[in-house]
Design a protein around this ligand. Structure first.
Ligand code: ADP
Length: 666
């Protein structure tokens, strides 16, 4: 077994690998970019080596620098995690050439599966069922269009070198094919350095079911059952579970054996995943093989009781697989939710900023939190905005679901917008709870998942007022303690004012509306009035940012995190944001939008889609911004005229920068 390994990755997966290595007594070397100097994985590792600037090309993708770091620190092997260099055959080869073990499959297996097109050809020969489509070399647009017409719409265009849900375009009608192809090729070239695409039949209402496989250097190969990853947004997984609901033992064996056949066809060693797309009737087609550990591997660990990183380390050091096929068993049900810094209501736009507060649910045998960030850390635009993976386990799906609901309700983040409330609704939605799964679930449940914004409930306003008062009292006590005269009445925050009654008004803004809470201070309680209705309230600080509130005869537990004038109120598993309208600290909220459209986040202009002077309809695409490795289309907010663009294609723009001048038609 190795005594020291280097982890060529960052975030939660680097932390995850360090955890197992530490348990096995293996020392770890982290690598990091300038943007990650204080990152959690750097803090956890035994040693860390700076690679270079934030851009992945100069840090986490800089193969030469990583290999040099491994040699300098005396690491014997490199774990690539997922993403970055994990499926880069040149890197795997370069490791071997430098006398380092690449903790992953042989370069030849990565190469064979690296191209979706080539992998489909290979699987065809191995007798694995395939989605109907064209995966050949002819890339002429006219020819590809003919193929699409022959397959029949809808079709999916996929970047052959694609991954992570990127580089895919759904085409519903022949007349949209050419534009979708151009856009897909552009993204394929910029994200994967290869324009090649394939076209396949778009399966309606499919499920994504994947099989975890593991091979060793002695030629053994097993499957560790399936994961259902059907719940996706923009073809990216959001919720994963194991086992797949409704799976029969017979189908499980068929899919498992097909996956092992796929792995053996390329001489597979290590952890791999064979992805299938399944029809509602259970028939399944090979989609691709991912030649690495997957983001969602923890659900497999929870139901098999195995540590897949330990398996990887054992296999890479030449040991045989720890268990044979008939020793592997499924126990219970596991679910994983990916917690992202993103705004679900705004098309899942990534959110960046400092995690002012991050309080995950308590970990136990049933609840696991894999995270790469701690409170105070920054979510930067440089990398994937994942905050954590929340994994739960129980004997049955319903019990696991209840645990997930509870864990999400307990998860509190402030400072960046997160998808936690969205995940809570998703888990509660009858289709998901009833295991009526397919990849279109989120789209189909839009009304349930994206309710129109509601005014903040009265309870939340009352809780916000109590939180504010408790916070002031707490601050006053601290100030008194720090002063020379702790008993001076001038430190009291009980509403007492010279020559005034013990009453005041707390003002909050909920979107555009101003809400006033009238507070009357009593001996041991407060009278709070909102819109003329009065409630008697009491409150007490608990640990951290939590406090207990009594509203008339009801008792609630809430948390409040203040970030400048923002108040994040966590109550009953939902997060609400109010702005404190404090006349003493008047802050002008919300800048004027003017005639310009601004960048929702830092990024690069990919293409301008209109001409200056052109009149456009509301919703017309105006320009494409690439931010956080995704293309965002900026559309016309109303019918009107494009006056001018402020940037040319290829230019970088800062967060909030005006992108163009636009004049709405009157
Ligand atoms: P990536 O490598 O980017 O993850 P995949 O080929 O694994 O791409 O596909 C990602 C997702 O896209 C799948 O999980 C599925 O939801 C959807 N998808 C892929 N192929 C098809 C298809 N032929 N029909 C319908 N949906 C598909």
């Amino acid at each position: 077994m190795f005594t020291k390994i280097l982890i060529a990755n960052r975030g939660e997966i680097a932390c995850r690998v360090i955890k197992t290595a530490r348990r096995m007594g293996i020392r770890t070397v982290a690598v990091y970019s300038e943007a990650d100097a204080d990152a959690r994985h750097v803090r956890l590792a035994d040693e860390a080596v700076l690679l270079g600037p934030a851009a992945a090309r100069e840090s986490y993708l800089a193969a030469g620098k990583i290999i040099a770091a491994a040699r300098e620190t005396g690491a014997q092997a490199i774990h690539p995690g997922y993403g970055f260099l994990s499926e880069n055959e040149d890197f795997a080869e370069a490791c071997a050439a430098s006398g380092l073990v690449f903790i992953g499959p042989p370069a030849s297996a990565i190469r064979a599966m690296g191209s979706k097109s080539a992998a489909k050809s290979l699987m065809e020969k191995a007798g694995v069922p395939l989605t109907p489509g064209y995966h050949g070399d002819n890339q002429e647009p006219a020819f590809l269009k003919e193929q699409a017409d022959a397959i029949g719409y809808p079709v999916l265009i996929k970047a052959s070198a694609g991954g992570g849900g990127k580089g895919m375009r759904l085409v519903e009608r022949g007349e949209d094919f050419a534009a979708a192809l151009a856009s897909c090729q552009r993204e394929a070239a910029s994200s994967f350095g290869d324009e090649k695409v394939l076209v396949e039949k778009y399966i309606t209402r499919p499920r994504h079911i994947e099989i975890q496989v593991f091979g060793d250097t002695q030629g053994n190969c097993v499957y560790l059952f399936e994961r259902d990853c059907s719940v996706q947004r923009r073809h990216q997984k959001v919720l994963e579970e194991a086992p797949a609901p409704g799976m029969t033992p017979e189908r499980r064996r068929q899919m498992g054996e097909a996956a092992v056949a796929a792995a053996q066809a390329v001489g597979y060693v290590g952890a791999g995943t064979v992805e299938f797309i399944a029809n509602q009737d259970g028939s399944f087609y090979f989609m691709e093989m991912n030649t690495r550990l997957q983001v969602e591997h923890p659900v497999t660990e929870m139901i098999t009781g195995q540590d897949l990183v330990e398996w990887q380390l054992r296999v890479a050091s030449g040991e045989p697989l720890p268990l044979s096929q008939d020793q592997l068993q499924i126990r219970g049900h596991a679910l994983e939710a990916r917690v992202y810094a993103e705004d679900a209501a705004k098309g899942f736009l990534p959110s960046t900023g400092r995690l002012v507060s991050q309080v995950p649910p308590a970990e136990s045998l049933n609840v696991r939190v894999d995270t790469g960030v701690d409170e105070g850390d920054e979510i930067t635009p440089h990398y994937d905005p994942m905050i954590a993976k929340l994994i739960v386990w129980d004997e049955h799906r319903d019990a696991a679901l209840a645990r997930l609901r509870r864990a999400l309700a307990d998860y509190r983040v402030a400072g960046v917008t997160t998808n936690i409330d969205f995940l809570s609704r998703l888990v509660a939605c009858p289709a998901f709870a009833g295991a009526d799964l397919d990849t279109g679930l989120i789209e189909r449940q839009r009304d349930f998942l994206f309710p129109a914004p509601q005014p903040v409930p009265r309870d939340v306003l009352l809780v916000a007022a109590v939180g504010e008062i408790l916070w002031e009292q707490h601050a006053a006590r601290l100030a008194a303690k720090a002063s020379g005269d702790p008993w001076s009445p001038w430190h009291a925050r009980d509403g007492w004012r010279m020559n005034l009654s013990a009453a005041r008004t707390l003002s909050f803004r909920d979107g555009d509306s101003l809400i006033e809470v009238q507070v009357r201070y009593g001996r041991d309680a407060w009278q709070l009035a909102v819109h003329g209705e009065t409630t008697v309230a009491r409150g007490k600080n608990l640990d951290g940012d939590r406090f207990a509130v009594e509203l008339d005869n009801r008792r609630l537990i809430a948390s409040l995190v203040a970030v400048e004038d923002k108040r994040h109120i966590f109550l009953n598993g939902a997060t609400h944001v109010l702005l404190r309208d404090d006349p003493l600290h008047l802050v002008e909220a919300g800048g004027a939008q003017g005639g310009g459209l601004s960048a929702p986040m830092p990024g690069k202009i990919v293409a301008l889609l209109a001409q200056p002077g052109q009149t456009v309809e509301k919703g017309a695409p105006l320009l494409i911004l690439e931010a956080m490795k995704m293309e965002h289309t900026i559309t016309a907010p109303a019918s009107g005229t494009v006056r001018a663009f402020c940037f040319a294609a290829g230019e970088q723009v800062a967060d909030g920068a005006a992108l163009l001048e636009f004049e709405s038609a009157k």
